[in-house]
Design a protein around this ligand. Structure first.
Ligand code: URA
Length: 438
């Protein structure tokens, strides 16, 4: 770093609504990553960003500096197009587990570098780790080979990838500075750009269980991320999907793996299938000419809806799990205690609040409060009816799974008021919304 800055001046400038010059932004990220700016100083700066935002040039520079803080993977040698997907985080969101083998089964390689969950939204790696023997950590060379041979990888992002984000995200998590569009966009996109994928589809969740509760904020986040990806040469598109209700019928690590496997074998809940197929179509389209479903010219890839329903992505799942040490035939762990909660009335299930279900699953042990915490493979929530289904008063509606019965009280408290049953079916609401392109 050539220039040197006074961090207190930068905090004051941001506090007063000024935009930092490119050099100052690069210095700040580098100095924080290397311990020359203290956590409390960066916390103050981040809180100022929450209030004041960033200009688009500041955001470009901030994101570039986060990418430059570590290594950039090169996936050019994989020999097929690569497309990744990233979700902004939701409850019961096991889409990646189905989508990665599905898109690979359609001929496009998916390098999915995932994270562990924090708070009420689950993490893909935590889910996968409930499969006996499965390992998240893969050396880059192994990851490249698996991508070339099987076309599907879900693994942990190595410590060398965007280390600035690792440090910043942990700080944001404990300082109330997660909910900021420029900070979320730069955090996600720095990791995805550094990972080396040639294209990226963003699943931007909107609703009570998502970081973005309003449609306007979700659209702005999506446009911001699409802009950052496109500027960095990654073909990036975003799809807005609903997260007022949890996805599928389960939230919790092994419970979600079982549901994903059921879906890969041609079954699975309707909402999970709908979102997965919608995202798969966009990914295949983005992979390049001739890969798109039904596009002219070169032969089109098979429609992912057909591939999924036929169970043709399941062998890819098995190969992907086995390649990372997992036993695809292993019996998944099951909780020792299952408590049921009855439907409060007879009628139609009109609401099941995603955030409440996420918090209940977390309190049962499925999530972590601090990044050092371990998670339970077996804990979680299963709901026996989907939105719009008929339910009967007194019949079991929710199942709470845990190995520690002491967690039940607080999980039940989180679910107070989470269920609404109405005499008439609720109006259908579209699950898949806007498609945002550059
Ligand atoms: N996911 C991330 O990786 N970063 C954020 O800031 C929010 C969600």
């Amino acid at each position: 770093m050539s220039a040197d800055f006074d961090v207190v001046d930068l905090i004051r400038a941001k506090r007063d609504g000024c935009c930092l010059p490119a050099e100052a932004v690069a210095w700040l990220i580098d100095a924080y990553t290397h311990g020359r700016v203290a956590d409390e100083q960066m916390s103050a700066y981040l809180m100022a960003v929450v209030w004041r935002g960033m200009s688009s040039s500041e955001l470009d520079r901030w994101t570039a500096a986060m990418i430059d803080s570590g290594e950039r993977l090169d996936l050019a040698g994989v020999g097929r197009p690569t497309v990744d997907k990233h979700s902004t985080g939701g409850v019961g969101d096991k889409v990646s587990l189905v989508l990665v083998p599905l898109v690979a089964a359609c001929g496009v390689a998916v390098p999915q570098l995932s994270g562990r969950g924090l708070g009420h939204t689950g993490g893909t790696l935590d889910k996968m780790e409930s499969i006996p023997g499965w390992r998240a950590d893969l050396p880059v060379e192994r990851m490249r080979r698996q991508l070339a041979e099987i076309g599907a990888v879900i693994c942990a992002a190595g410590a060398g990838l965007a280390p600035a984000d690792r440090k910043l995200y942990a700080l944001r998590d404990v300082t109330g500075t997660v909910e900021s569009i420029p900070l979320i966009a730069s955090s996600i996109m720095s990791k995805k750009i550094a990972e080396g994928t040639s294209a990226l589809v963003l699943d931007v969740k909107v609703g009570s269980g998502a970081f973005m509760n309003s449609l306007d904020d979700a659209r702005e986040l999506a446009r911001t991320m699409v802009g950052l990806g496109t500027a960095a040469g990654v073909r990036t598109e975003a799809v807005l999907t609903g997260m007022d209700h949890p996805l599928g019928r389960t939230a919790g690590n092994a419970l979600e793996v079982a549901e994903a496997v059921d879906t890969l074998r041609g079954g699975g809940p309707k909402d999970l299938v709908e979102i997965t197929v919608a995202l798969a179509r966009v990914m295949i389209e983005l992979a390049g000419p001739g890969r798109g479903v039904g596009t002219g010219g070169a032969p089109a890839a098979r429609d992912p809806a057909v591939v999924l329903a036929a169970g043709d992505a399941y062998p890819v799942w098995r190969a992907m799990v086995a390649a990372q040490g997992g036993d695809p035939d292993a019996v998944l762990p099951l909780a020792t205690h299952i408590e049921t909660v009855p439907a409060p009335a007879s009628g139609y299930l009109a609401n099941l609040d995603a955030r409440a279900v996420g918090i209940a699953a977390w309190r049962l042990g499925a999530g972590r409060a601090r990044k050092e915490d371990s998670v339970s493979a077996t804990a979680g929530v299963r709901w026996r009816a989907g939105i719009g289904d008929r339910v009967t008063a007194g019949e079991p509606l929710l199942e709470l799974h845990t190995d520690d019965p002491n967690t039940l009280g607080r999980a039940l408290a989180a679910l107070a008021g989470a269920v609404t049953v109405t005499p008439q079916p609720p109006p259908p609401t579209p699950l898949v919304g806007d498609h945002i392109r550059a």
